[in-house]
Design a protein. Structure first.
Length: 186
C-alpha cells in the first residue's frame, strides 16, 4: 500500500487540526488525541472530504485500548487504519480487514530486539518507528522486516524528513504544520 506519493501523513491533535487537513490536498492523515464521543463526527467530516484517516487507538480518551475496543472501532467508526503499540489491537485490526500500523519506540538495542520479536508475531501492514530521527535504524528495520516503515516523533525540519525518506521510510507522521505546508501538493 502506498500513499499516492504523499510523504507526509499530517497528524491531527484536535478538531482544528482536522479542519486544516480537510482543507489541504492531503488524502491521508492521522488522528492522535481524541475523545470517544467525538470519533463518529470526526470520521463523518473526514469522509465527507474524501480523507482516509488512521486512528491512534492508544490515544482515545474514554475507551480502553484492547481487542474489544478495537472491534468497536473497526465496526462502528470504521477508520482507514489503526495505529497501536498493543499486540492484541494490531491483531484484531488485521482480523477485521483494517490497515494495522504497529507503533514501536526504539529507545535502545534491547527495545529494538523486542520489537523485532513483536513484529514477527503481529505482521502489521506498516511499522511506525519513533523517534523518526534515526536514519540508520529506519534502514535496518526496513531491511530486517520487509514491512513498510513510517517515521514519526521529533521530526522538525525538512532535512529530518528527507533523511528518514532516504533511509527507506515510506512516509512521515507529523503534527508539525510547517512540514504539512512544505510538502503539500497545492
Amino acid at each position: 500500500m502506498s500513499f499516492n506519493g504523499q510523504v507526509i501523513l499530517p497528524a491531527a491533535k484536535d478538531a482544528k487540526d482536522l479542519e486544516s487537513i480537510v482543507e489541504s490536498s492531503y488524502e491521508n492523515g492521522v488522528f492522535l488525541d481524541t475523545h470517544v464521543g467525538q470519533l463518529k463526527h470526526l470520521y463523518q467530516l473526514a469522509r465527507k472530504h474524501h480523507k482516509k484517516m488512521f486512528l491512534h487507538a492508544d490515544l482515545i480518551q474514554g475507551l480502553k485500548n484492547d481487542e474489544y475496543a478495537t472491534e468497536y472501532l473497526c465496526q462502528d467508526v470504521r477508520p482507514h487504519g489503526i495505529i497501536s503499540t498493543k499486540t492484541g489491537v494490531i491483531l484484531k485490526a488485521k482480523q477485521k480487514g483494517v490497515v494495522a500500523i504497529q507503533r514501536i519506540f526504539l529507545l535502545d538495542s534491547n527495545a529494538l530486539k523486542k520489537s523485532y520479536a513483536l513484529l514477527e508475531k503481529t505482521k502489521p501492514d506498516f511499522i511506525e518507528v519513533l523517534p523518526g530521527l534515526m536514519p540508520r535504524i529506519i534502514a535496518e528495520v526496513c531491511q530486517q522486516t520487509g514491512i513498510p516503515v513510517l517515521a514519526g516523533g521529533l521530526i522538525r525540519t525538512v532535512d529530518d524528513v528527507e533523511q528518514a525518506l532516504q533511509a527507506g521510510a515510506t512516509a512521515i507522521t507529523t503534527s508539525n504544520k510547517d512540514l504539512w505546508k512544505h510538502y503539500s501538493r497545492q
